[in-house]
Design a binder for this molecule. Structure first.
Ligand SMILES: CC(C)(COP(=O)(O)OP(=O)(O)OC[C@H]1O[C@@H](n2cnc3c(N)ncnc32)[C@H](O)[C@@H]1OP(=O)(O)O)[C@@H](O)C(=O)NCCC(=O)NCCS
Length: 281
């Protein structure tokens, strides 16, 4: 699945907001209302509703019975008891940034997803300097050769940032990974290409595939796919089949990444609870 939802265009009344919040487990509700900004609260609600919907759709589990746990590093995962030989490694990754919330899921390989958008950066050159230490020399050169204007500089910075984060999120690392260990490059030298390659600790990883998509209003999203054996230990324990045959893995990894399906709030609300609720958009 590749799902995308524009959170900016969702303007719930306070009762609609409370209703959507009530569809989540109480601890998650508490977590969400602690965010000060309404936009953050909205993005988190949408992200968590999307995750519930994924489990419901893939495993046909009633909403009330869905449990989504997290590794100690924070990666959400499907309870291993739901996994089986035909859906061995159902895993997913979500991101909420700027105007968008998105989710990507896979049944066999690992998947990571990250979105980057503008945060009102008036001085792109000054802004990106703060992140110099996270990039290799090659990456920094590529970012800075993006073009003359600040827009291109920011776009290229966002592209590189979401490549790195999509890898981190696929393997489940979270905070603590030295981002320069994962160097991204474009084989044909076109830094605006949509299929970057990964060198990890200096070694090219042809078993990882990355796809960049340009979304509206200067947002970029990167989806990564890689072998289950690369998951960190805590996340690996949640998967069913780590040793996947090279042939089946190569088949999945080489497929072109599907386009995102754009959803609305009405698509991610459990239908059975909708009675009496209208105009949630
Ligand atoms: C975990 C992390 C990858 C989240 O990324 P983010 O850009 O802050 O936020 P996003 O909206 O893209 O992603 C949030 C989602 O990441 C997921 N996530 C959290 N921890 C995760 C982990 N260890 N692995 C994979 N996914 C994780 C969650 O699903 C979360 O959404 P949810 O709470 O609604 O379920 C990020 O905070 C992080 O740790 N980065 C480390 C990289 C680093 O060192 N950066 C330098 C800091 S300046």
């Amino acid at each position: 699945m590749r799902w995308l939802l524009n959170s900016r265009t969702w303007s719930p009344s306070s009762s609609q907001f409370s209703y959507c919040l009530s569809l989540l487990p109480t601890p998650q509700q508490d977590e969400i209302i602690r965010f000060v900004k309404f936009e953050d609260q909205k993005r988190y609600i949408l992200s968590r509703l999307m995750q519930q919907m994924l489990i419901h759709v893939v495993f046909n589990i009633p909403y009330k019975e869905i449990v989504i746990s997290r590794t100690k590093e924070g990666k959400p995962y499907v309870e291993p008891c739901y996994l089986n030989a035909s859906a061995p490694n159902v895993n997913f990754s979500v991101s909420h940034h700027g105007d968008y919330v998105a989710l990507a899921s896979e049944t066999l390989c690992l998947v990571g997803l990250d979105i980057m958008g503008d945060e009102g950066n008036d001085e792109p050159e000054e802004y990106i300097k703060n992140f110099r230490s996270y990039f290799t020399v090659l990456e920094w050169d590529n970012i800075n050769s993006a073009g003359q204007d600040g827009r291109q500089l920011l776009d290229q910075f966002h592209r590189y940032w979401c490549m790195k984060e999509s890898y981190i999120k696929a393997v489940g690392i979270g905070i603590g990974f030295e981002l320069r260990r994962a160097e991204f490059f474009f084989k044909d030298g076109n830094i605006w290409g949509d299929s970057p390659c990964l060198r990890l600790d200096g070694i090219e990883r042809t078993d990882w595939h990355f796809y960049l998509f340009h979304l509206r209003d200067n947002h970029w999203v990167c989806v990564s796919k890689g072998p289950p054996g690369d998951a960190i230990e805590s996340f690996k324990k949640t998967l069913h089949t780590i040793n996947v045959s090279d042939v089946s893995l190569a088949h999945v990894l080489k497929q072109k990444d599907p386009a995102f399906t754009e959803l609305t709030i009405m698509d991610i609300i459990p239908v059975a609870t909708l009675e009496g609720q209208t105009n949630l958009i």
